[in-house]
Ligand binder design. Structure first.
Ligand code: CMP
Length: 134
């Protein structure tokens, strides 16, 4: 079933010049880019996007990192896109993520892990609404 998912290419990927690398992996898989925007997350958007994490101990440094510079937000679509993009991303912690995944190949961190991808149809709908209100 075709799905839409919200992807963020995080500030570490932009700073490291890895936007093309990440986009290329999504495109080569056969996923479609439906919308794409470069912007810097502000505090309010961070709190809304990470509503389920705001009380967690790792949230303050995560917020600092995610608002530290520009990121690329995308709506990506394709067959089972939500599951497929999360599989391409790999496990949250880049040190543990499998080789062959974006994080497994390119990240050594559980915070600066290059990519965010919605984890369910409900999250995708909510996150697409937050990032692409138009
Ligand atoms: P993301 O997919 O954007 O969703 C939540 C983010 O929080 C996650 O990617 C990581 O960047 C970050 N994160 C999750 N767990 C931890 C942790 N234990 N320590 C630091 N950052 C974390």
């Amino acid at each position: 079933m075709s799905q839409q998912t919200l992807v963020l290419i995080k500030p570490d990927a932009v700073a490291r010049g890895l936007v093309g690398e990440v986009l290329g992996r999504l495109e080569r898989k056969g996923l479609r880019i439906e919308a794409m925007r470069l912007r810097t997350m502000d505090a309010a958007l961070a709190d809304a996007h990470y509503a389920e994490h705001v009380e967690k101990p790792f949230y303050p440094p995560l917020k600092e990192f995610m608002t530290s510079g520009p990121l690329v937000s995308l709506i990506v679509s394709g067959d089972e896109a939500i599951t497929v993009v999360r599989a391409l991303a790999g496990a949250t912690d880049g040190r543990a993520a499998a080789p062959g995944t974006i994080r497994g190949d390119l990240s050594l961190s559980n915070r600066e892990n290059l990519i965010h991808a919605s984890d369910s149809p409900e999250s995708a709908k909510r996150e697409i609404g937050l990032w692409f209100e138009d």
